[in-house]
Design a protein around this ligand. Structure first.
Ligand code: BJW
Length: 248
């Protein structure tokens, strides 16, 4: 894979890098994306039912069990080469931030630290009534929906559904990183979902060099300084090799 000289130089010189990831970064791990192609999640499951408070209130058991099934399948899957390269970049360069829209925890599983999770995480649950937060019990093999031990209301996964506000501290921190980075790399994001989709534009407007990695074009193509067309699990190891002149 060939890269323009400028991309290599920008990455070698960058002191502050942001990796911003969407569902596409986990696609090669076996996790379906949401809205591209016949295997994508929203082709088969209605987001109004499975990703909204209204849907949850109408049928909490169905929603809880759907997430339970996804949690079970994630346990059998692993981070891929793209997650590994991002983690290695964090080891190599001092100020590398990972911002993700994903709830799968695969960046952490690959060794990344201080990951900013914009849409929550399957590692946590919270209660419907009061938002009491609780670590998800991974050893509980029962599909039965648990109750909050503090207030007795139903538990739900601590993820962000449509119409819900993103965790404010996470979004604020993400924005600060975007204001201050030299290079921003957007990987596997459709750029359809806001406010997360604002972040690459914020970084670009703040003077950052913007790289996009995606096998398909998005609205960001026109703004990005460099569009790397391809799968993250192939493009990122090749980029690492080109920048550091060693294989990972
Ligand atoms: C590869 C690849 C490979 C494939 N390698 N790439 C402004 C305008 C209009 C609407 C809004 C607006 N601002 C807010 C809204 C409303 C709404 C919204 O954005 N709606 C859109 C439909 C327009 N946003 C919200 O509701 C958000 N909240 C909010 O705004 O709060 C304020 C508010 C409060 C009250 C009222 C109104 C506003 C919350 C959004 C929450 C999104 N939640 C989900 C589910 C999380 C839980 C779960 O996983 O179950 O988050 S939906 C889903 O989409 C998930 C993702 O994080 C998110 C983004 O998807 P992503 O990651 O981009 O995946 P895909 O599938 O879309 O794309 C994959 C990409 O990968 C593709 O480009 C492929 O080509 C590529 N790819 N293989 C690299 N191997």
């Amino acid at each position: 894979m060939k890269f323009e000289r400028t991309v290599i130089e920008k990455l070698r010189q960058a002191q502050r890098i942001v990796f911003f990831t969407g569902a596409g970064v986990s696609q090669e791990s076996g996790i379906p994306t949401f809205r591209d192609g016949p295997t994508s999640i929203w082709q088969h499951f209605d987001p109004e039912i499975y990703a909204s408070v209204t849907g949850f209130d109408k049928n909490p058991t169905e929603v809880w069990e759907w997430y339970w099934d996804r949690r079970q399948s994630f346990k059998t899957l692993n981070p891929n080469a793209a997650h590994n390269v991002i983690s290695a970049w964090q080891e190599k360069v001092q100020h590398v931030t990972v911002i993700t829209q994903n709830i799968d925890g695969f960046h952490q599983k690959a060794g990344s630290h201080s990951v900013i999770e914009l849409h929550g995480s399957l590692a946590m649950d919270k209660c419907r009534a009061n938002g009491h937060s609780i670590v998800h019990d991974v050893n509980n093999s029962s599909k039965l929906q648990p109750m909050c031990i503090e207030c007795g209301s139903l538990l739900r996964p601590d993820v962000v559904w449509f119409g819900e506000t993103l965790p404010i501290a996470a979004y604020d921190q993400a924005e600060i990183m975007c204001f201050n980075c030299d290079v921003f790399i957007c990987i596997g994001c459709s750029m359809d979902i806001y406010p997360a989709a604002n972040l690459p534009y914020t970084a670009s407007a703040s003077g950052s060099y913007l790289i996009q990695v995606n096998p398909n074009p998005t609205d960001l193509n026109e703004v990005a300084n460099c569009n790397l067309l391809g799968n993250a699990g192939e493009v990122l190891p090749a980029l690492w090799q080109a920048v550091w002149e060693v294989d990972l």
